[in-house]
Design a binder for this molecule. Structure first.
Ligand SMILES: *Cc1c(COP(=O)(O)O)cnc(C)c1O
Length: 412
């Protein structure tokens, strides 16, 4: 079996919704992976921030496989232990009161939107159902979370979208004030806009959003699907913003690589959902939750998050020293790299892939979200420039702005 065999069959049978890099990952360990042709890679993407402990972390594999041998699923008509353990751990770590489990970030946001609407309706009447989001946001791919996403490029093809969303520019206080009236039940933001280009929003602005919410009895929802679970150097990113939202949504890194979404609710919203008002067949799946507990066991260990921050600082310093790197954005190990004029991030990422580095993009930037573990070996013990493929010309060759179909998957 070779990479080509897999590309071909993928092209034949899998719906063409992704523009994949030409690597078929056969196996991985920590921050290293191997493809079906025997090439090896350093992983700077961690499955878009999902494999927080790296590929096949020993403790995580043990937790997941032990649970797999006990019970894999029961539906939510019965009780199980792992979801209770994970919810309890999440509440203890964060001070939140209740958790709802789904399977993805979009589902977590859907649940948050439902909570805000029910809250608004009960508190202020049926006209109170509008949710304000930011113009450069990303909240998911369902029809409603696409509507919540404030980028016009996502509001195409699939009309009609869900009503009841309005968008304001981050940092524009006046726009926010103008958008707030008695019809608004929630404001939903990300602290670091991941898909939007790894842009951290201003802390004073975020604080202002919180004040507006408190003054007007509007629920503050923070989408920490990408920023949560240690990614930015604190367990939740809101710790760094000194903000306490009513609702926090989590997903990506929480499962360590298995699908999960979670909604953290404070006392104000913890009792809004009543039996039958929300649910998910797979939500709180015991195998996934057992893995999630192990992710928390490791991430919440003393010094772990400090290490995330120091790795981030090291990485940023090295990145800034590379030719072609203009600016480094983001927080913690959620890093955006702005490239010099004329350099195409997607092309650079493709060259990186050819040179043995799995790396992501966000809009016009490179996006680096390495696993928390394993990186130490890959980065500290390897020459950073070699890791980024600079010596093979990955960065310096990328001035050609034309982006060919080179990364189009074969079989199309
Ligand atoms: C990835 C992401 C989502 C969507 O998560 P899925 O698991 O793909 O549904 C939502 N919000 C943010 C901020 C994300 O980064």
């Amino acid at each position: 079996m070779t990479n080509q065999d897999i590309f071909k069959r993928d092209g034949e049978y899998i719906s063409h919704t992704y523009q994949r890099f030409p690597i078929a990952v056969r196996c991985g360990h920590g921050a290293s992976a191997e493809d079906f042709d025997g090439n090896s890679y350093v992983d700077f993407g961690s499955g878009i921030g999902t494999n927080s402990l790296g590929f096949c972390n020993e403790g995580w594999v043990k937790a997941v496989s032990e649970q797999l041998r006990k019970v894999q699923h029961t539906s939510n008509l019965f009780y199980t232990l792992p979801d209770v353990m994970l919810a309890e751990r999440l509440c203890r770590e964060t001070g939140y009161s209740k958790v709802f489990f789904g399977n993805s970030g979009a589902e977590a946001n859907e649940a948050a939107i439902k909570l805000a609407r029910k809250y608004g309706r009960e508190k202020k009447g049926e006209h109170c159902n509008q949710i304000i989001t930011l113009k450069n946001s990303f909240h998911g791919r369902t029809i409603t979370t696409l509507a919540a996403t404030g980028q016009d490029s996502f509001h195409q093809h699939f009309f009609p979208f869900t009503e009841g969303f309005c968008y304001v520019s981050a940092d524009d206080r006046q726009q926010l004030r103008d958008a707030v009236d008695s019809s608004v039940c929630g404001i939903m933001i990300e602290f670091v806009q991941g898909e939007g280009g790894v842009t951290a929003i201003d802390k004073n602005y975020a604080k202002y959003v919180e004040e507006v919410c408190i003054e007007n009895d509007i629920l503050l929802i923070v989408d920490e699907v990408q920023t949560g679970i240690g990614r930015t150097g604190t367990f939740l990113c809101c710790e760094q913003y000194h903000i306490r939202p009513n609702i926090i949504t989590l997903a990506k890194g929480l499962g360590g690589g298995l699908p999960i979404g979670a909604v953290l609710m404070d006392d104000v919203v913890g009792e809004i959902f009543q039996p039958g008002q929300h649910g998910s067949t797979f939500g709180g799946n015991p195998v996934v939750c057992a893995g999630g507990v192990e992710v928390l066991n490791q991430v919440c260990r003393k010094d772990f998050l400090f290490n995330v921050s120091s790795k981030a600082a090291y990485l940023k310093e090295k990145l800034l020293a590379l030719p072609g790197v203009v600016e480094v954005s983001g927080l913690g190990l959620m890093i955006g790299v702005k490239l010099a004029e004329g350099m195409d991030a997607r092309l650079v990422a493709s060259r990186c892939a050819e040179s043995g580095l799995m790396i992501l993009t966000a809009k016009t930037k490179l996006r680096i979200m390495p696993p928390f573990l394993g990186l130490l070996h890959s980065v500290a013990h390897k020459d950073m420039e070699a890791t980024l493929g600079v010596k093979r010309g990955v960065f310096s060759d990328c001035h050609a702005p034309a982006f060919p179909d080179a990364v189009q998957r074969p079989g199309r």
